[in-house]
Design a protein around this ligand. Sequence first.
Ligand SMILES: Nc1nc2c(ncn2[C@@H]2O[C@H](COP(=O)(O)OP(=O)(O)OP(=O)(O)O)[C@@H](O)[C@H]2O)c(=O)[nH]1
Ligand SMILES: [Mg+2]
Length: 301
Amino acid sequence: MTKSVFAAITGRPNAGKSSLTNFLVGEKVAIVSEKPQTTRTKINGILTKGETQYVFIDTPGMHKAQNRLSEEMVKSIRNSMEDVDVVVFMVDATKKISKIEEELLKDYKNRQLDVILLINKVDLISDKSRLLQIIDELSKKYAFTEVIPISIKKQINTELILPAIDKFAKESPHFFPDDLPTDQPEKIWLAEIVREKILRTMHEEIPHGVAVEIETIEETKTNKGEDIVDIGIVIICEKASHKGMLIGKQGAMLKKIGSVAREDLEDYFGTKVNMTLWVKVNENWRNNEAFILEMGLGAND
Ligand SMILES: Nc1nc2c(ncn2[C@@H]2O[C@H](COP(=O)(O)OP(=O)(O)OP(=O)(O)O)[C@@H](O)[C@H]2O)c(=O)[nH]1
Ligand SMILES: [Mg+2]
């Protein structure tokens, strides 16, 4: 008898949802950065263990939409709550509960969802009474099925998460192949790795207006006969001034982004990787619906 469980991972931007998804899957399926609004679409992380297939739906952090792209992000959070067996709601132990988080909880109540509360980043709070305060405050707002203070970074209580989700597994066929960690197309995942490096390298306003597209992937041989993967990458930004900063003095910034991304991509392919990066401007693309959909950033993708 096989079982499956669909768990949506939701919460404010930067709470640690993608870190949790990667931890549970045991592989990097979603990019992580210190900047809020890193994740833009819902991403399925898949773990098959014994008879059970767990599907973790990582979602963008809930926020007030400021442009067409973020409207799609917010829509995708709502979509991810349809037909899930359980919601994993993650808060940040160092932050006050926000209006937006309260609204999310109201929404769960209307949908009568089972919700596991994870209070993440407990490694950053020295005053443990603060933790009790958060638990007390949130427990008044929702009848959570479970409340677990955790730290993904320091692996505190992380062994309790999967068993809490497992309680909601039900008899069902598996929806994905058992060895698949994510159903994202390879090109999308590779583009995300490049975007992660831009998020980690550059000042906030630039990465938030950046989209990345993998144009070509070609497996060839070097002159010495070694395997090498040739990847053509286009970075799309919103303004000519951003293009200049992405390229940097004599191409220094682009080189830096390329070299950190290459490390991850060489690990992934297990061969040498050669990357060619271009930067293009698409003015105000975050309000261009056709482009957003073309890039696979629509809520229904
Ligand atoms: N100190 C500490 N930092 C953490 C912990 N978990 C995650 N982080 C950091 O928090 C930041 C945000 O992590 P993400 O996993 O990208 O957060 P997210 O909720 O997916 O963010 P969005 O995609 O923007 O909604 C990163 O810098 C992580 O390294 C933790 O337990 N402790
Ligand atoms: Mg994320």
